[in-house]
Design a protein around this ligand. Structure first.
Ligand SMILES: Cc1cc2nc3c(=O)[nH]c(=O)nc-3n(C[C@H](O)[C@H](O)[C@H](O)COP(=O)(O)O)c2cc1C
Length: 218
């Protein structure tokens, strides 16, 4: 199906007129700008404002993407939690560079982050795991994430097995293969949609420990 074959898609477009990203308003630190945009997404009650696309490189060089949830931004970088034995976990083991993309559609904004990824200390995983709802904790035990399984019933039975092993109301330990990663940014690009596709794009790059900023053509 080409775009021409489908008039609904062909004519589907939005004129971006909500905001501007001016050089004079942009702070020296991209983290400060990111936090401002995240606060804005929270303030406007966007659905899943902390959802981000995580791109990794597969063993054969093929890019791979999926959504994960941002659970914090600090001196270590953009933090998220997952199963270390998942596809993404194995890919990050081999290629520890990755990219993130936040899309805040109704704010007409996108942020792309690139950098080196490293595992967070075990203590971070244990602290965050303890805060998760019981069902999610059991889910983490039950799921050998990214592995092929026979069917849905098999998964439900496995979850039931872990519910019996770790009854509700008692602390559920954090699985060894579950934990956090931090992507330490060396490049962050902010995109604000503008009229007639003349969007604003500001790219920050970390050079010798200092963030430099440049404007990209839309
Ligand atoms: C909105 C949303 C949030 C998600 N958050 C996470 C997350 O924080 N951690 C995670 O491991 N998977 C999360 N997932 C599931 C992943 O997208 C993905 O299916 C899973 O991690 C397996 O990816 P992989 O096989 O590439 O390793 C989320 C999916 C969606 C749609």
């Amino acid at each position: 199906m080409s775009a021409e074959d489908n008039p609904n898609l062909h004519h589907l477009r939005v004129s971006y007129e909500l905001g501007e990203l001016n050089d004079d308003d942009a702070p020296a630190s991209p983290i400060e700008l990111f936090e401002g945009w995240l606060q804005d997404a929270l303030f406007h009650k966007l659905p899943e404002p902390n959802a981000m696309t995580l791109a990794t490189t597969g063993h054969d060089g093929t890019p791979n993407v999926r959504t994960v949830l941002l659970k914090g931004v600090d001196h270590r970088g953009f933090c998220f939690f997952t199963n270390f034995h998942s596809h993404k976990g194995k890919e990050l083991e081999t290629h520890p560079r990755a990219a993130l993309c936040f899309l805040w559609t109704t704010r007409q904004r996108q942020v792309v982050v690139r950098g080196e990824v490293c595992k967070l200390p075990r203590g971070d995983a244990e602290r965050y795991f303890a805060l998760r709802p019981y069902g999610n904790q059991i889910g983490a035990w039950a799921s050998n994430q990214s592995e092929v399984i026979p069917n849905r019933d098999w998964l439900e039975a496995r979850a039931e097995g872990f519910r019996q092993r770790f009854p509700e109301g008692q602390p559920v330990p954090c699985p060894d293969n579950w934990g956090g990663y931090a992507l330490r940014p060396d490049e962050i690009e902010f995109w604000q949609g503008r009229r007639s596709r003349l969007h604003d794009r500001l790219r920050y790059r970390l050079q010798d420990g200092v963030w430099t900023r440049e404007r990209l053509s839309p």
